[in-house]
Ligand binder design. Structure first.
Ligand SMILES: Cc1cc2nc3c(=O)[nH]c(=O)nc-3n(C[C@H](O)[C@H](O)[C@H](O)COP(=O)(O)O)c2cc1C
Length: 365
């Protein structure tokens, strides 16, 4: 079973993460982790602060000579911009005000520092270790931008096409007709001191049937995925597969081809009754515009109760592509956990034997 913790603040010394439950014998490529951290940081629409956020990290424990040992893996990501901030005007749509009320503060930074999405860097780093583990079983992840503001891509692309092309786009959008329009929307929002939301699609391929369970609500794959995805700051909705209005159109027909069980469509998005069904897991995430604006917006000073405009901190104009990267890795943490619950093992070889026996038995693939 995989468990993980993160600690650290946006302008604190560093972020700390612990991943417990990873099997021994998984080769950890530091560059893979660096690459995922870089992808989270870089997309078009993010703020200049991103050039300050660094990807320097240390593996403190749980990995020896590049291979996991089965012991907890501890990571540390260093912050460059270390400072103590003070401010008393909460930013609407952030945790500032509700957090100050709950914890008894007036200085919003005592809340904002931890609520900041900087924390998601550590979830990306820990998630990448799970991605590397799952790649040994042919499981892979991709995300791409499908909407910015009111510019929507209606086209359907397959996993390999997205994987091949999305990095050529500054906003991870493979729809060339709409990519420029989406970027224009981000520029327009930026130039008026505003921000903009949208949607990203995340696809996981290679997950065998049988991850998660129907037997109890909190063992359902959708329960685990839903909670994890909605815990990403700024994500306000998630859709699994497609929901069409009539059952006869919505259901995915089952048939046999060359002795293997197949489905003609994948409206279920890879999950039926809380269990992975062997099709690609397809999720659409609805992401709100980042709340911090570079224009006046009503708030109050918590010391006096008098009206005051929310602080105009430098921030991201659009976070949609970055959220896709965070979501891939957060999903990897959840899927690795359920994968190990199903197949067990203390080292990679054991897990592989268990997985192989099962795959042969169910004639999947
Ligand atoms: C990668 C990433 C970067 C973000 N950057 C910003 C930002 O620069 N400015 C901002 O106001 N919100 C940003 N957000 C969103 C806020 O963190 C989020 O809206 C806020 O913490 C409130 O949480 P909630 O939207 O989930 O309610 C970012 C989120 C993510 C995942």
């Amino acid at each position: 079973m995989i468990r993980y913790y993160t600690a650290g603040e946006s302008h604190g010394d560093s972020l700390i993460g612990i991943l417990e439950g990873m099997v021994a014998g998984v080769k950890i490529d530091r560059n893979r982790i660096l690459e995922e951290l870089r992808l989270r940081r870089l997309p078009f629409g993010r703020s200049k602060r991103m050039s300050i956020e660094k990807e320097e990290f240390e593996i403190i424990s749980g990995v020896r000579d590049e291979f996991t040992t089965g012991a907890p893996i501890a990571l540390r990501i260093l912050n460059e911009d270390v400072k103590e901030l003070k401010g008393f005007v909460p930013r609407p749509s952030h945790a500032d005000l509700a957090g100050c009320m709950k914890y008894g503060f007036k200085n919003i930074h005592l809340i904002a520092e931890r609520a900041s999405a900087r924390e998601t860097s550590m979830r990306v780093a820990l998630g990448t270790i799970c991605k590397i583990f799952l790649s040994n079983f042919g499981i892979d992840f991709v995300s791409h931008t499908v909407r910015i503001g009111d510019v929507q891509s209606e086209k359907i692309y397959d996993f390999d096409f997205i994987k091949e092309r999305r990095l050529a786009s500054p906003i991870f959008c493979v729809d060339k007709e709409n990519e420029g329009l989406m970027m224009k929307k981000i520029e327009e929002a930026e130039s008026s001191g505003d921000t903009i939301g949208g949607e990203t699609e995340v696809i996981v391929k290679g997950v065998p049937p049988g991850i998660g369970s129907h037997v109890h609500y909190d063992r359902r794959l959708d329960f685990k995925i839903g909670g994890a995805i909605l815990s990403i700051p700024g994500v306000k909705g998630i859709e699994i597969g497609k929901i069409l209005s009539l059952g006869s159109v919505n259901n995915d027909p089952i048939f046999i081809k060359n002795g293997k069980i197949k489905r003609r469509s994948n409206n279920a998005g890879g999950i039926e009754g809380g269990i992975s069904n062997g099709e690609e897991i397809i999720l659409r995430l609805k992401i709100k515009p980042p709340p911090t604006l570079r224009r006046n917006f009503p708030s109050i000073d918590l010391r006096s109760g008098k009206p005051s405009s929310a602080p105009q901190l430098r921030g991201d104009t659009c976070i949609v592509p970055s959220v896709g990267i965070v979501a891939e890795n957060v999903l990897a943490l959840e899927i690795a956990n359920l994968f190990l619950e199903k197949f067990g093992g203390d080292n990679l070889e054991e897990t592989k034997i268990n997985w192989m026996n099962y795959i042969k038995k169910i004639k999947w693939g």
